[in-house]
Design a protein around this ligand. Structure first.
Ligand SMILES: Cc1cc2nc3c(=O)[nH]c(=O)nc-3n(C[C@H](O)[C@H](O)[C@H](O)COP(=O)(O)O)c2cc1C
Length: 261
């Protein structure tokens, strides 16, 4: 060590290096934020398309402008939200709204079946039409607590407002190989053809451990080794297709009684 290298100088160099590194990290985080948000939005679109069932060569952008209509539903009435502009629909962030006391409702312990605490007053729905403009599917976003995380999914329904065409879990933080199997294509393939409601139009999906009868309209085989995540899936479907979720909307939809407000 030369005499010029004092303790103070060493600390000074360390601090300078730390400062430069933190500026680089903070700068990258801020600079990449837009890209991250854009990628997240793109991923969401891809997941909507994955359950939309459209056979087309069109680009995602074209499909979203010509085949998929985004609407907001007032969950309390079941009707489409009144007086919202196209820009407001595009910009609507249901997760943010669910945290805002002015735009969401706190669920009572009995209502809080999916352990989400609050529910946004308005929910986004996607109406999928073919190139002739005929409605083909409804896509409804749902979410609920698993064992470790809130799990987000899209559920695509036939125009009877009851039969499942497809589901996709697109965001969750369960254990890979256990609860994370909600994303396994083999498990996801168990859902098409199942019916959300029983003859009295009560939510009827049952995620069951053990044998599922081949002709069962409502039962889905639970994830093996992931009973708690499976219970989370069950609770998500019970909540979102009940009275506090899309129950009133689907009821009106089936009766052709939807209004704008
Ligand atoms: C490290 C670790 C991670 C786990 N991850 C999950 C999970 O993601 N989902 C889940 O339901 N159970 C998970 N479990 C297991 C639960 O603790 C519990 O044992 C399981 O849900 C019981 O399911 P089974 O009755 O089908 O075996 C995990 C356990 C351990 C030790």
């Amino acid at each position: 060590m030369s005499n010029k290298e004092t303790f103070g100088k060493t600390i000074g160099v360390v601090l300078a290096v730390c400062l430069v590194c933190s500026i680089i990290v903070a700068g990258s985080a801020v600079g990449l934020r837009e890209t991250q948000l854009a990628n997240k939005a793109k991923d969401k679109q891809n997941n909507i398309l994955a359950v939309a069932g459209l056979q087309t060569d069109k680009s995602n952008k074209e499909i979203f402008s010509s085949n998929i209509e985004t609407r907001l539903v007032d969950l309390s009435t079941g009707n489409f939200a009144q007086d919202v502009t196209a820009a407001e629909i595009t910009d609507y962030d249901q997760r943010k709204a669910a945290k805002d006391p002015k735009r969401s409702s706190k669920l009572s312990p009995e209502e809080n079946v999916a352990s989400i605490g609050r529910v946004a007053d308005l929910a986004t729905v996607y109406l999928v039409s073919d190139d002739q403009g005929k409605l083909q599917r409804l896509i409804l976003p749902v979410h609920g607590a698993g064992l470790w995380s809130t799990m987000y999914a899209f559920v695509a329904l036939k125009t009877d407002g009851n039969t499942i065409e497809a589901i996709t879990y697109y965001e969750q933080g369960e254990t890979p190989g256990l609860g994370g199997e909600v994303e396994n294509p083999r498990w996801v393939k168990l859902w098409p053809g199942k019916e959300l409601f029983d003859a009295q139009w009560n939510p009827a999906i049952k995620v069951v451990k053990g044998e599922v009868a081949a002709d069962s309209k409502h039962e889905i085989d639970a994830l093996s080794g992931a009973t708690l995540t499976s219970a989370g899936v069950q609770n998500t479907f019970t909540f979102w297709f009940g009275e506090q979720g899309f129950g009133p909307f689907l009821n009106k939809f089936r009766q052709g009684a939807l209004t704008n407000g």
